[in-house]
Design a protein around this ligand. Structure first.
Ligand SMILES: Nc1ncnc2c1ncn2[C@@H]1O[C@H](COP(=O)(O)OP(=O)(O)OP(=O)(O)O)[C@@H](O)[C@H]1O
Ligand SMILES: [Mg+2]
Length: 266
């Protein structure tokens, strides 16, 4: 990565900026003229009823879909049109709403797959056990354990991913995303299916990430978690932004209350 592509560090420079993003599917605007900024080091939540366009927005930010209009600027660089792996390499990682682990691999192997982005040897050479690859494998194991520790999963390192309880599988998804060493992490409903204890653990993990300098975007239906940990909340409804502000501002916003009919904000 060139030095020029990392102009962050200045005051009020957004780490990530979405500008007038629009994506339609057969006439339906899933995301419509959406613009927002994410400041470095912040935790920004994106909420909205089912079908509001949250996941589609993530798909636009991570290169899965090309927007019909608009751009995505990350660290001062327009990333629209880059391949998903190029976007990952620049420092944007995500988790998915439905768990996408390798269930037949161990917990630590799932993390090591993500780390392969950062090793010189890569998969081919490590298959032949070249000495440098063995050193790298030792490094990768150590590094993966460190990442698992952040997610509270180091004790599970050698268990099969598919054997973990659901809540821990969700945390492993977060750990695997962290292995790519992101500047920003996009979480898609990470608390979905978690019990109250696991959700509060997740909140602690997100704080830990923030302290480590990882910026977080949180798409989440659990309003308790959103209101507790977010600096700013963006509210989508039918693909459009209907409100943006601090958790307290959002809670009292009539348009937000109407969109949710009061239900989830209680
Ligand atoms: N590949 C697709 N083809 C057609 N329509 C799609 C596609 N992906 C999403 N949509 C539609 O776009 C709209 C936004 O969907 P999206 O999944 O982004 O919502 P969401 O806010 O993530 O919802 P949820 O909270 O249920 O996850 C929905 O009406 C959905 O049916
Ligand atoms: Mg979704």
């Amino acid at each position: 990565m060139s030095r020029e592509s990392r102009p962050d560090g200045g005051a009020n420079v957004a780490l990530l900026e979405a500008m007038s993003l629009t994506k339609t599917f057969g006439g339906l605007a899933a995301v419509k003229d959406v613009s927002f900024k994410v400041e470095s080091g912040s935790i920004k939540a994106i909420i909205g009823p089912n079908g509001a366009g949250k996941t589609t927005l993530y798909d636009l930010l991570t290169g899965i879909y090309l927007p019909d209009e608009g751009s995505v600027v990350f660290q001062g660089r327009d990333i629209v049109g880059l391949a998903t792996h190029e976007i990952t390499a620049l420092g944007i990682a995500r988790t998915f709403q439905t768990i996408r682990l390798f269930p037949e691999m161990t917990v630590i192997e799932n993390v090591m797959v993500g780390l392969h982005h950062h090793t010189r040897a890569g998969f081919v050479k490590s298959a032949f056990r070249a000495p440098s690859a063995m050193r790298e494998e030792a490094w990768m194991r150590e590094e993966s354990l460190r990442i698992l520790d952040i997610a509270g999963l180091e004790m599970q390192a050698d268990n099969l991913a598919g054997s973990l309880p659901f809540g821990q599988q969700r945390l492993l998804e977060v750990a695997r995303a962290l292995a790519t060493k992101p500047r920003i992490l996009l979480l898609d409903e990470p608390a979905s299916g978690l019990n109250a204890y696991e959700t509060s653990e997740l909140g602690e993990i997100i704080y830990r990430l923030r302290d480590m300098g990882v910026t977080v975007i949180l798409v989440e239906h659990d309003m308790g978690l959103v209101m507790r940990i977010s600096h700013e909340v963006l509210v989508l409804d039918y693909g459009e932004i209907i409100a943006e502000g601090t958790p307290d501002e959002i809670k009292g916003d009539p348009r937000v209350i109407e969109a949710y009919l009061g239900s989830e904000l209680d």
